[in-house]
Structure formats: C-alpha cells, structure tokens
Design a binder for this molecule. Structure first.
Ligand code: ZN
Ligand code: ZN
Length: 587
C-alpha cells in the first residue's frame, strides 16, 4: 500500500467516523493536543457557552513561525508532506493536521503566535484567510475559534445540549490533566473556573484538583510490580461510589487508555465492599516496555491490548484486594465543615459541573499524611485473615428494633442488624457450599417441586449443580422434581421455599456460568432469607453474639450486597455536633 493510500484510508475512516470537527470537544481536543506538542507548561482553555461561541486556547509553548502559522490551516493532502515522520505522528498521536483546516472552514479563527520574536496574527473566516499581520505577542500561541458552525447551521443544530458539550470537554481536560501532571491546565466556561491544576508534577495534587479534597482523602495508594509491569496509583475506599466507570482512569506510559477487562478486574476486586453496579474512582499508572502493548487509536478513544495480560490482571487484582483488606472501613458520620480550598474562591456554574454528592462519611483511619504503605510486591494472601478489623463494641440498645447502638472508647456506632446478620450468614453459607464434608439432612417428607416445561428442561441439564450442593434431587413425573435431602446449613427457615428459591437461581443462571459467582449469589440470597429482619426485636445478649460473630467475619463492614453494616460517630464529632468542643466542654 502506498503512503498516500494509507493516508487516504485513515482520512476516510476519520471522516466516516464523523469526528473531524463534529463537536466542541473535538475542537478543544485538537487545539490542546497541539499545545502539548508545542511543549507548553501552561495551557489555558476558555470557553463561552461550552465552546459554541468561543474556544480560546492560550499556551506558553514554542509558538510558530509565520509560514507555519499560515500553512497549518491549509489542507496538506499532497504526497510530499506524507513522509515517515508524518506516518509516525499518525500512529502515535492520532491523525493530526487535517483537523485545523476543517475547524477553520466552519468558524472564525484568530491566531496569534510567536516563537519569541515578532508575532504573527492570522485571521480566517469560513476557511478563507482574511488577514495576515505581524503583532506583538509573547512566546507561545493564542488561538480563538469563534462561532463554530456559523456557516453550517445544520451541524450546529445537530450538536448535543450545552451541558453535554461542556461535560464532554471537562471530562477530556480532566483526563489530560491527570496524565500530564507537569502541565498546568486551566479550564473556564463563561469565566467560571472548572479546573485549575498546579502543574507541579504531583499526581495526587492534580487528582485533588480534579476530584476535590474530600475524595482525595479517601484514596489508598497501591504499588507493585511483576517481571513486565510496574503499577502504582490510587484507588478509592469502597464508600466512594460512582454510577459509571468513567472515573476509572488507566494511564499507560503517560497516556490515558481504555481497557474494559482491566476495569472489570478492578471492580471485581471490590466485590462485597460495595454494590457491584457502582464503581470506584481509580487512577492507575502502568509502566511497561512499549513492545508489550498494542494501542489502537480512534478519534475519540485509545483502546489498548496488553501482552501477558493475565499476569498484569493478577497483579492489579491483588494490589486492590490487599489494599482494602487491612483497612477499617467504617464510614464515619461527620459534621460537614470541610472547606475545599482548591475551589473556595471560585464561582462555579453549578449546572455545568459534574458534582460530588455531599459526602458525610469519612473513613475512620485513613489520613493521607499518616497513611500506612500498602506496597505489596509479592502480595501474601492469608496474611491479614485473622486480624480483627472491627473494634470491640458494647451494645446499649436497638433503635427501631433495627439499629443496634454500641459504644467503645472511640465513639458511638450504629449497626444495621439485618445487614450484619446477613454478612455473618453469608460467610457461613459460602464456606459450607464449598465444604465436601457438609452433612445432608434426610427429609421425613420429601418435597415435590412443580416446574414449567421449559424450567424443567433447564433444571435437568443442571441437576449436577444441585447434587454438588448436597441436594438429593431427582426427576419425578412430568415436569416436577423431588427433593429427598438437603444440606445441613439450610435448616433455619422454610425449607420448601428455600429449595424453590435455589432451584429458581439455577434456572435463572447466566449463560456464561461462573461457579464462584453463582455460589456467591446463592449465599447472598439465602443469607438474606435466613437473617433477622429490620424490626425484629432481639435481646442485648443476642446483640453481643451478633457483634462477636460479625467481628469474626472476613469483611465485617458490608452486607453481601455491598451496603454498610456499621457507621461511626467519633466522640470528637459528637462534641462538635453538640458544640461542646469550645470552652465549656467539660460540663
Ligand atoms: Zn437482605
Ligand atoms: Zn444486603
């Protein structure tokens, strides 16, 4: 294939994708990436109405000489410009160089640029050069794109809402800022600051500019390596939850990439600590020999494939699990008084910002300044298994026959009695499902279960599964089965209902069957049914037993569905809430 052909293919793909200048975010992307290429250390992006009226990018990069300032708006589809270097750029940075002329053809452009000497000012409207003058300019480039799509109103109409446009730009700049912590990024819309990073190169500081101090305080450091990969970064405590995977950021050799499998692995490593359909915030930097990765660049995303993926996957999964394992994960109820210093003096157009929910929970022990290191080069699996992660607690009573009120020297705790008991039963059932010595209980009166024809067909194929779970189950007449014995753990409630439920779970099971996920689901469902409910009255002694059993759990902090079992009010915060922390606090 000739080079021109290659170019044609890429170009036509790109145009087919409709991404050359489809949206404000593609304009911002092009201009900001040019600024990065120009070795800028400060990049300011100013938008009016999400960029529809104005996109202005100011950088302190190397600037352009006069000829380049003019030529960059011309389509260079001639063969002489397509040399090896251009092809390299296409491969490494995505297709570039065609976007500027496209942008210029649908907007009014005002470019001021200087390499240090006399500057150049180029003005273009609808793709036609209006003027080329010299001007005063400091080193760097200021480019203004006004009235995007003013001459193609159909496209303007096609654009999503201003909110969506701004959200997309913000998301993109946030991610760029995270992958280039040594560049200062300022993003404004209608003169309100949305992002302002310090360009110090400090990843955590940049992170806090993007996500805020409260979230940053709840990040846990991870670090580890294997023969091929070095991984370091921050993962959020399970109480930080988002509705999308969008804040799971993976940076490989300094570039943000996408890898669905890694996202899934990370989310799976949180299993049991939060609902599976809520996602953590993570920022993970992976350093690897470039020959081990295969990057596929699309106009809007960068998909990546890793060689030796299994090993990388295991490494990251272990790092996340081991980082959470030794932590006390009791959400702390706080008086909300923290000031977000990063954002204090700026007015933010509230409508446009992807806001943090008001988080009142604060993790008990984590404080970045005295955070224990969770560096795990060779994670040891059972190391922390016997450490009691829940402190000793003394129950006082149960409010609404639902929340057990407890205290110790640190403060006040509320335990959700159903969630706690559910966790205890879940861990018991899960163990027994995997225990070959689990006893069977012979039923005095075998239970017959009627099924529909299709249910019967699915169940017949899966009878082994039930037999492995210690059920004696056989076909019985047309479309029904008979159960003659069941595992011993299943005794505490209505057996027939429970057996029917388990059969339902077998029938509903997913196509890509995963035994451990299935067992997990069975254990969680059964634990819910076996456990005391909210509103059930229990004695103090029963509360004590429940707390003791909870303390023995591998994860005492969440029910099997990821809800918290316990929350905490520190004495300190109680004093603050009652305003006792002042001069008369001893009265
Ligand atoms: Zn439940
Ligand atoms: Zn639950």
């Amino acid at each position: 294939m000739s080079k021109i052909k290659v170019m044609d293919t890429i170009l036509s793909n790109k145009i087919a994708a409709g991404e050359v200048v489809e949206r404000c975010s593609s304009v911002v992307k092009e201009l900001v990436e040019n600024a990065i290429d120009a070795k800028s250390t400060i990049i300011k992006i100013e938008l009016i109405d999400a960029g529809t009226k104005l996109v202005k990018v100011i950088d302190n990069g190397i600037g352009m000489e006069k000829e380049d300032a003019v030529i960059c708006f011309e389509r260079h589809a001639t063969s002489k410009l397509i040399d090896e270097e251009d092809l390299y750029r296409i491969e490494t940075l995505g297709f570039r160089g065609e976007a500027l002329p496209s942008i210029a053809s649908v907007s009014k452009v005002d470019l001021k640029t200087s390499t240090g000497g006399v500057g150049t000012n180029v003005k273009i409207e609808g793709g036609k050069i209006i003027s080329i003058d010299s001007c005063d300019a400091r080193k760097g480039t200021i480019i203004e794109i006004k009235d995007l799509f003013y001459n193609t109103p159909a496209r303007l109409k096609h654009m999503k809402s201003l909110y969506t446009e701004l959200a997309s730009v913000t998301d993109y700049i946030n991610k760029l800022a995270l992958s280039y912590p040594e560049i200062q990024f300022v993003l404004k819309n209608n003169n309100n600051i949305i992002l302002n990073t310090d360009g110090s190169g400090n990843k955590l500081k940049t992170f806090s500019s993007v996500f805020g101090m409260n979230t940053t305080r709840k990040m846990v450091k991870i670090e580890g390596e294997n023969d091929d990969y070095y991984v370091e970064g921050y993962i959020s405590l399970p109480e930080i939850q988002r509705s999308s995977r969008n804040h799971m950021i993976i940076i490989v050799n300094g570039r943000i990439v996408r890898n669905t499998e890694l996202n899934r692995t990370i989310n799976d490593a949180y299993h049991g600590y939060k609902p599976d359909n809520r996602y953590p915030i993570v920022m993970i930097n992976i350093t690897v020999d470039p020959s081990l990765i295969d990057v596929n660049i699309h106009p809007t995303k960068m998909d990546i494939k890793f060689s030796k993926f299994e090993a990388l996957n295991d490494l990251i999964e272990n790092l996340v699990r081991n980082a959470l394992k030794p932590k006390t994960l009791i959400p702390e109820v706080k008086e909300v008084e923290e000031i977000d210093y990063e954002r204090e003096e700026i007015t933010i157009n509230e409508d446009f910002i992807v806001k943090e929910p008001v988080i009142k929970y604060e993790e008990l022990t984590l404080d970045l300044s005295r955070e224990e290191s969770t560096i795990a080069k060779e994670p040891k699996k059972e190391e922390t298994a016997n450490i009691k992660r829940l402190p000793e607690l003394y129950p006082l009573a149960a409010a609404f026959n639902t929340y057990i009120i407890c205290q110790n020297e640190k403060g006040l705790y509320l335990i959700d009695q159903h969630a706690a008991k559910e966790r205890i039963n879940y861990e018991i059932v899960l163990k027994k499902l995997n225990d070959n010595n689990e006893k069977k209980i012979q039923l005095l009166f075998p239970i017959t279960i009627e099924l529909t024809g299709s249910e019967n067909i699915i169940l017949k194929e899966n009878l082994e599964l039930l037999k492995n779970m210690k059920f004696d189950i056989e076909e019985f007449g047309i479309n029904s089965v008979i159960v003659k014995s069941h595992p011993a753990w299943l005794t505490r409630f209505n057996e027939e209902k429970a057996i029917r439920k388990i059969i339902d779970l077998v029938i509903e099971k997913e196509k890509n069957f995963d035994l451990s996920k299935f067992q997990d689901h069975v254990a969680a469902t059964m634990a819910c049914k076996m456990s005391i409910k909210a509103g059930d009255k229990i004695t103090i002694e029963e509360m004590e037993n429940l707390i003791n059993d909870l303390r023995k759990c591998e994860n005492p902090f969440n029910c099997p569905h990821g809800r918290p079992t316990i929350i905490f009010y520190s004495i300190n915060d109680l004093e603050k809430l009652f305003k006792r922390s002042g001069f008369d606090n001893k009265k």
